[in-house]
Design a binder for this molecule. Structure first.
Ligand SMILES: [Zn+2]
Length: 420
């Protein structure tokens, strides 16, 4: 267990049992503290904070354990950093000025104006060679004067008279207070990642040991997912992406040329609270091109107004949304809409029209009416004001995914190419 600070992450411990009493034999368990956080005090003592708190008297004995998995991870990153920094000196004489250990990855800052990809690969391979050779890593304490004679890779600023040296046999010697492996093989492997320019030089991200395996697995999953999309090999993914960009550029150019010859100013398409397909691809494309929308089927053939097929010859019985159990399920959605409409003191049909009006200024709903009262009711929807919160509540009450049945029968849908 050790506190965080400087370049170190806190390493908490676990108190699994506490024996309290002046003699170990008469010790008894008073409590189990689940975590201990450790902190430095100004006078140099180290304090362990127990959570939950446990009262202890001088002479009481406690038994604690470290989080072994976290400690191993810290050791792998710490020692891996020494190996990498030493490899960068050995191969390219590039010094490391600082080290950062994050929860996901680590990074070092280098005093160099640039770093080529060959240098990245070279340093990575040299560092891994040192790991494969399983060189001993030893710790010793020396005076500052001795350390100056030994020629460390990096001598810390003068603060303490005694320095803790970490030595990787015949490869690196540097002062460090971190936890380290006893032989380089325990680092496992080192994987260099992103490089970027920072104020004082270049920053190199890297991961060691278990992190390297997890990172490589995550990268592989992402890359093989992309390869599957393109039905290609992993190595061909960048070329496939480049080709796809080229294709998209060409298609856009052709589309713009076509629109110059035959401009489109408006698209008429079915759109309602329960037919929201165009939101996926069509509306974004229209918005990009400045093309308006005339929306029909805003009430989904009366369904959203509470109308059901009744008389013989009502063609709606042929539509999946009005058929059998689908209709029962869809009526439940209309009931939910009805409840919200009552709150607003309007009819469900008015709320459904107002929803379309509020979705976008470029959508003009087309409303059919068989009678004057129906027309009056629809026109009154113009004065229903809906806030973004209202829209969200309506869409939650009538989720597009809950609609049962397609707009048309399967055979008819085959002729529709708009929402494929
Ligand atoms: Zn270190």
């Amino acid at each position: 267990m050790y506190p965080g600070g400087d370049r170190q992450k806190v390493c908490p411990g676990l108190y699994t049992s506490l024996e309290v009493g002046s003699e170990p034999a008469s010790g008894y368990e008073v409590a189990v503290a689940e975590t201990a956080v450790v902190a430095d005090t100004e006078d140099g003592r180290i304090v362990h904070y127990l959570q939950p708190p446990v009262k202890l008297a001088p002479g009481d004995k406690v038994r604690g354990s470290i989080d072994a998995e976290r400690r191993r991870d810290h050791m792998q990153q710490h020692s891996g950093q020494h190996v990498l920094s030493a490899a960068l000196i050995e191969l390219y004489q590039i010094p490391t000025v600082s080290f950062h250990m994050g929860e996901e990855y680590c990074s070092i800052d280098l005093t160099t104006p640039s770093l080529t990809s060959e240098q990245v690969v070279g340093a990575e391979w040299r560092a891994n060679e040192i790991i494969f050779e399983n060189r001993p890593v030893t710790v010793r304490f020396v005076s500052r004067a001795e350390a100056e004679k030994l020629g460390l890779r990096k001598l810390p600023p003068a603060e303490r008279d005694e320095l803790r040296l970490i030595e990787i046999a015949n490869f690196d010697l540097s002062a460090c207070g971190g936890t380290h492996v006893t032989a380089t093989g325990q680092i496992g492997s080192i994987l260099l990642r992103k490089t970027e320019t920072v104020r004082q030089g270049m920053r190199v991200e890297f991961v060691c040991g278990g992190r390297a395996v997890r990172t490589a697995r995550r990268d592989f999953t992402a890359l093989s997912g992309s390869a599957k999309l393109f039905s290609t090999q992993l190595a061909d993914v960048p070329e496939q992406i480049r080709q796809t960009f080229e294709d998209v550029k060409l298609l856009r150019k052709q589309r713009d040329e076509a629109l110059e010859i035959h401009p489109v100013s408006d698209l008429q398409i079915e759109y309602s609270l329960i037919s929201r397909g165009p939101e996926q691809k069509i509306f974004p494309a229209l918005a990009e091109l400045g093309i308006g929308v005339t929306a029909y089927g805003v009430l989904s053939r009366g369904l959203l107004g509470g109308s059901k097929p009744a008389a013989k010859g009502d063609l709606r019985v042929l539509m999946p949304r009005f058929a059998g159990d689908n209709l029962n399920r869809n009526v439940k959605l209309v009931d939910a809409l009805q409840a919200l409409a009552e709150e607003k003191r309007v009819r469900p049909a008015q709320l459904a029209i107002a929803w379309v009006l509020a979705k976008s200024q470029s959508i003009v709903p087309v409303i059919g009416a068989r009678t004057r009262p129906q027309l009056e009711e629809s026109l009154a929807a113009l004065s229903v004001q809906l806030s973004p919160e209202d829209l969200a509540r309506i869409e939650n009450a009538v989720p597009a995914s809950a609609v049962a049945g397609s707009r048309y029968a399967e055979a008819h849908l085959k002729h529709l190419d708009s929402e494929r």
